[in-house]
Design a protein around this ligand. Structure first.
Ligand code: GDP
Length: 593
């Protein structure tokens, strides 16, 4: 996972502590919603209870926000946290940096050979005693300039990193074997580099072979919109031989030329910001990562965060295994002292101290867990069959509550017989009495559903079920209960709704409003009218319109409901052609099964 949320969540700034009500206000949801969410995370808190930032942040994430701490960090921390890469540096602070090069191309065209030749001929041997293994990147010097090569050839690594939002490459060297020409992976590599907006240099390799035909390569490249200089384009092509070591100098020269045009810059005077190139667990030294500093300077002793891993740079080595105290932009370094092995492409940031690093990691973990919990939908009778067909569900777990012992036993044995070859019906709890909090918790924990036969659901249990997504189905006929489960298992289950009439109003007067159109001045004949209910408008015993109640008014005030015997103003959505004497019937749909 990258540190950036996949979709841009709305940011909200939260204090160190706040009440449930205050959090509701900040997130623009009712306190009840906050309480429900808290319960799903096992926190029981009343409206005026105070919760801490961490708890509030979890709820905020649940509701699609990206919580930020409004607490000013300690003075040291504010200055020491590396700003995000996206945060632009003051142009005056920028200094030239060396190019980072990745070698791409078709298999067997000589990527590895080219990297080896450049390394062997250009990299001075390191002193003994350092880290000598392959570190994933190296640097060469030419005419007083440095070039960094990423030592994992091929576009798989290149693209994997880009997929994580970490583009480390400044220039792509596309290796094409002179005797083989443009091949499928050459084209793929071109497309990857173009997609990344990275300039391409062509290395026409294997020039030593008798079958070498560089002109054919150049021609083929033209067909893929890479027009080399000889052909009037601006793409540099350098003939080389990786095995003979010819052309390497002019290849490096061309890289520096392209780098100069690209005007690569960074600000070394800020806390380090790096990308993991490679990482592994060394049996003797613990997790070791090769990172490339993208901006700022990474120093020995820095506290760092990489995704959900924190640590401290205990020791740093350059690509030759020599100790380093600091590394500036475009420098690859091997670091020791992080707590686990990070993924390639993960960003590493320097933070004020180890304590803050651990806090940030805890915070990230919690946010991810909260997000995962939110994504993990609870089993539901409506979607049961889809999950069974997708192979996600092998058991239907049921908590059964009924009015009497006899019913529990009868339903239990009938349900168990509904097991199919794909899915087993398992009653993990059968008891008498209303559906309680603990029944919901049990179903929640075991990803089950609750069947209630001739019993009610306690209000607190209903709330909890609502918040956690636990499906409670209430029945009064055994046959119906069994039929529904059977249908759900077979994917034939269709929810049935009953219409419940809430009340009737008679239109007695009409008012015009410039904003709302015609308002029906009504008298409530029976029941209770509520805003947002569905309505039917009846004229001369015939239904003439179906709509929804958008507004209820008592005198000038907006109200939620109006009882029998009162007068009120009714505003409907998409209908205002009322006539005196019309009846407005308020109703809602209720699930029948
Ligand atoms: P990669 O798959 O692109 O990394 O290619 P390699 O570097 O593994 O090279 C594939 C084969 O081509 C090896 O047998 C190399 O020895 C050979 N090869 C690479 N470069 C040259 C070259 O410049 N000339 C010749 N004759 N062979 C080469």
């Amino acid at each position: 996972m990258t540190t950036q949320p996949a979709s841009r969540a709305r940011q909200v700034s939260l204090p160190a502590a706040l009440t449930v009500r205050e959090l509701g206000d900040l997130l623009a949801v009712s306190p009840v919603e906050i309480i429900k969410r808290l319960m799903t995370h096992g926190v029981m808190a009343a409206v005026n209870a105070t919760i801490d930032f961490e708890t509030a942040a979890i709820v905020a994430v649940d509701l699609g926000f990206d919580p930020q701490s409004a607490v000013p960090a300690p003075a040291a921390a504010t200055t020491a946290i590396a700003p995000d890469e996206d945060e632009p540096d003051d142009p005056a602070s920028l200094q030239p940096r060396s190019p980072v090069v990745t070698i791409l191309g078709h298999v067997d065209h000589g990527k590895t050979s080219l990297l080896d030749t450049i390394r062997k001929t250009r990299v001075a041997a390191g002193e003994a005693g350092g880290i000598t293994q392959h570190v994933g990147a190296y640097q060469v010097e030419r005419d007083g300039h440095t070039i960094t090569f990423i030592d994992t050839p091929g576009h798989a690594a290149f693209t994997a990193m880009r997929a994580r939002g970490a583009q480390v490459t400044d220039i792509a060297v596309l290796v094409v074997a002179a005797d083989d020409g443009v091949m499928p992976q050459t084209i793929e590599a071109i497309n990857h580099a173009l997609a990344a907006g990275v300039p391409i240099i062509i290395a026409i390799n294997k020039m030593d072979l008798p079958g070498a035909n560089p002109d054919r390569v150049k021609q083929q490249l033209t067909e893929h919109n890479l027009v080399v200089e000889d052909y009037g384009g601006d793409v540099i092509a350098v003939p080389v031989s990786a095995t003979k070591g010819t052309g390497i100098d002019s290849l490096l020269e061309s890289i520096l030329l392209v780098a100069e045009v690209a005007e690569l810059k960074a600000n070394p005077n800020r806390p380090g910001n790096a990308v993991v190139i490679e990482a592994e667990l060394d049996p003797g030294r613990g997790p070791i990562a090769t990172v490339l500093v993208k901006n700022g300077t990474l120093r020995q002793g820095d506290a760092v965060v990489a995704g959900e891993i924190s640590g401290k740079v205990k020791a740093m080595f350059d690509h030759r295994g020599q100790r380093m105290k600091e590394a500036g932009p475009s420098t690859p370094v091997v670091i020791m002292g992080i707590e686990a092995v990070p993924d390639a492409g993960e960003r590493i940031r320097v933070v004020a101290d180890e304590k803050l690093a651990r806090q940030m990691v805890d915070d990230r973990k919690r946010r991810r867990e909260a997000a995962e919990q939110r994504d993990h939908a609870h089993v539901n009778l409506d979607t049961l069959f889809n999950e069974i067909s997708a192979g996600k569900l092998k058991e239907l777990i049921i908590v059964l509550k009924a009015d009497v012992r006899g019913s529990v036993e009868a339903i239990k044995s009938s349900l168990e017989q509904l097991s199919t070859s794909e899915v087993k019906v398992k009653i993990i709890h059968g008891g008498t009495g209303n559906v309680s909090d603990s029944d919901v918790m049990l179903a929640e924990a075991s990803n089950g559903i609750i069947l209630a036969f001739n019993v009610k659901t306690e209000p607190s249990a209903a709330k909890r079920a609502d918040a956690t997504g636990v499906d409670i189905r209430t029945y009064s006929i055994i046959y119906q209960l069994l039929e529904n489960i059977e249908k759900a298992l077979a994917g034939m289950y269709e929810p049935v709704y009953n219409t419940v009439i809430d009340g009737h109003a008679e239109v007695r007067q009409l008012f015009k409003s410039s904003k709302l159109g015609q308002i029906a001045g009504c008298y409530v004949l029976d029941g209770t009218l509520k805003r947002n209910l569905n309505v039917r408008v009846i004229r001369n015993k015939q239904e003439i319109a179906r709509s929804r109640c958008e507004g209820l008014k008592r005198f000038q005030d907006d109200v939620r409901e109006v009882q029998t015997g009162y007068e009120c103003g009714v505003v409907l959505s998409n209908f205002d052609k009322f006539q005196s004497g019309d009846i407005i019937e308020f109703f809602h749909e209720e699930r029948a099964n």
